[in-house]
Design a protein around this ligand. Structure first.
Ligand SMILES: *[C@@H]1O[C@H](CO)[C@@H](O)[C@H](O)[C@H]1NC(C)=O
Ligand SMILES: *[C@@H]1O[C@H](CO)[C@@H](O)[C@H](O)[C@H]1NC(C)=O
Ligand SMILES: *[C@@H]1O[C@H](CO)[C@@H](O)[C@H](O)[C@H]1NC(C)=O
Length: 487
């Protein structure tokens, strides 16, 4: 009897702890919450509602003591929570800048965020035939389809169209397969993946300044854009696979390995296979030394934002991350969500110290090596990021007060960018339905559960990777037991 009662008590305790935990890790669905639990995240929700630009900003301790008044319950504590990095937990409390709660109320869309539906059909997503001109021509995509009377203005499902000639004429490439897939209605073949000098015009600034953070140029002044983006003025800046013509004949197909940092890669022995692709994409805390057998050695494209790079360098120094990979084939692709990205990019291209902002005075060569030049730098176009958010990863977070800090994760942008530029894409180290079996990262020295926070929707991303894999557009590395389940 006594034993039973003790057992019961034990079960109850574990149950309620679990409840608290679930409440805390499910921040990406705040609408389903009562107001109460949000109070635990007082500092968090303040920062969250205020600005999409600072979701991963370092904590300003002087003015943000309030943040610690309501610390998250101990059960959500994770040794890396103090760590500022992308992928999972970047918006956890310590990373947010304080903002006045009123800031959010000034945003017109705040009070009337109608339902946004991922499943709504988008006829204007069907692509027109690509014209093969010598250099890209730019024209704003016509608003052939009103986005719907209820679509909030921050969505902005109208994009520039860039007619960049295809780099290969691969018959079975993703671009040709997509038109037979369930993704044909949302995939835009002419979406500009990268931005460069030609894109900076007063008209574009006017158009893009409506969208903050990674989704536009909101908050970045025109002068800064001109001064920084004008250094990206060569074909290497608008072509993702800029050295393809030196590597292979035009008749070939481009094969890209896209490597996330997920724990599934540990002991995978996929290194040789990864390195055998023409191009190898990596992101953020991509530690190679010591993990070559599992993740390979090459990096041709490294995706990051200035913030996630700084966070990764702080967080993973202890496990061997000292900065972006350095090799003569490595290109650096900025995901700009702040003017600090434009400033660091310009500094790297011109070998000058960063002019201002959080990186002021820093020597860019310390991150990108002595050989860095404008030809090795690229920058994602805000239209591309907004398009990914709107059409591939339209999370429920957009219906909440957190809509301004939500964006696709850096890894998701990298994988979807590869899918828009390569003929074949193999993805490794991305989240799979059995993610609980693996640590967060392949280089974690002990098990760390994947964390879920409001600035990304990793579950939605995981589902998208499954759909893309099943529709044959990408090949996703999974452990055998799952692959069997799918058949
Ligand atoms: C980019 O280069 C072209 C010619 O190569 C030049 O006409 C144009 O002014 C340059 N743009 C910028 C912003 O420097
Ligand atoms: C890069 O370096 C490798 C070895 O150091 C060399 O074989 C190769 O030719 C170089 N490639 C370029 C494009 O400079
Ligand atoms: C994941 O873990 C569960 C439970 O521990 C186990 O049943 C399952 O086989 C594991 N799956 C893989 C792919 O290792």
């Amino acid at each position: 009897m006594a034993l039973q009662r003790r057992l019961m008590l034990c079960v109850l305790t574990v149950g309620s702890l679990l409840c608290v935990y679930i409440l805390c890790v499910n921040l990406e669905r705040p609408l389903s919450w009562s107001i109460e639990p949000l109070k635990h995240f007082h500092g968090f929700s303040q920062g969250a509602s205020s600005s999409s630009r600072d979701s991963e900003e370092p904590l300003d301790r002087k003015s943000n003591s309030d943040q610690w008044t309501h610390p998250p319950p101990a059960s959500t504590f994770h040794p890396e929570l103090t760590v500022l990095h992308e992928h999972t937990r970047a918006t956890q409390t310590p990373t947010l800048k304080p903002q006045t709660p009123t800031a959010a109320e000034h945003k017109p869309a705040e009070s009337t965020v109608p339902g946004v539906s991922k499943s709504s059909s988008r006829p204007d997503g069907v692509d027109k035939t690509r014209t093969s001109t010598k250099s890209p021509t730019l024209k704003p995509r016509l608003a052939t389809q009103a986005a719907g009377p209820t679509e909030p203005p921050f969505i902005g499902d109208i994009y520039m169209s860039d007619d960049i000639p295809p780099q290969t004429d691969c018959p079975g490439g993703i671009r040709s397969r997509v038109s037979q897939s369930e993704f044909r209605g949302q995939f835009l073949k002419n979406i500009p993946v990268l931005q460069w000098a030609k894109h900076v015009t007063p008209e574009q600034h006017q158009r893009l300044s409506h969208y903050p953070g990674a989704h536009g140029w909101g908050g970045v002044d025109y002068k800064t854009l001109v001064e920084t983006l004008s250094v990206l003025n060569s074909s290497a800046n608008w072509q993702m696979l800029d050295d393809w013509k030196h590597r292979h004949s035009k008749s070939g197909c481009t094969h890209c390995a896209v490597v996330g940092n997920g724990g599934i890669l540990k002991d995978s022995k996929k290194g040789t296979e990864i390195d055998s692709h023409h191009y190898v994409f990596r992101t953020n805390g991509a530690i190679i030394k010591g993990f070559e057998d599992d993740v390979g050695t090459r990096t041709t494209h490294y995706t990051f934002s200035t913030n996630t790079l700084m966070n990764s360098m702080r967080s993973y120094a202890g496990v061997g991350y000292s900065g972006p990979p350095l090799s003569n084939e490595t290109r650096y692709i900025f995901l700009p969500d702040h003017d600090r990205d434009y400033l660091l990019m310009k500094a790297a291209a011109t070998h000058a110290p960063v002019e201002r902002g959080p990186e002021r005075g820093k020597d860019p060569l310390q991150f990108f090596g002595e050989d860095v030049s404008a030809e090795k730098l690229k920058m994602y176009h805000p239209d591309f990021i907004r398009y990914l958010r709107n059409r591939f990863l339209r999370s429920n977070a957009l219906k909440t007060r957190y809509k301004n800090i939500y964006r696709p994760s850096t890894g998701a942008v990298m994988l979807l960018a590869a899918m828009h530029t390569c003929d074949q894409v193999s993805a490794y180290g991305f989240m799979t339905p059995d993610y609980k079996n693996y640590s967060d990262h392949y280089y974690d020295s002990s098990y760390h559960a994947v964390g879920f926070f409001i600035n990304h929707d990793l579950r939605m991303e995981m589902t998208l990777w499954q759909q893309l894999h099943q529709s044959g557009l990408i090949k996703l590395y999974m452990h055998k037991s799952i692959q069997v389940d799918q058949e």
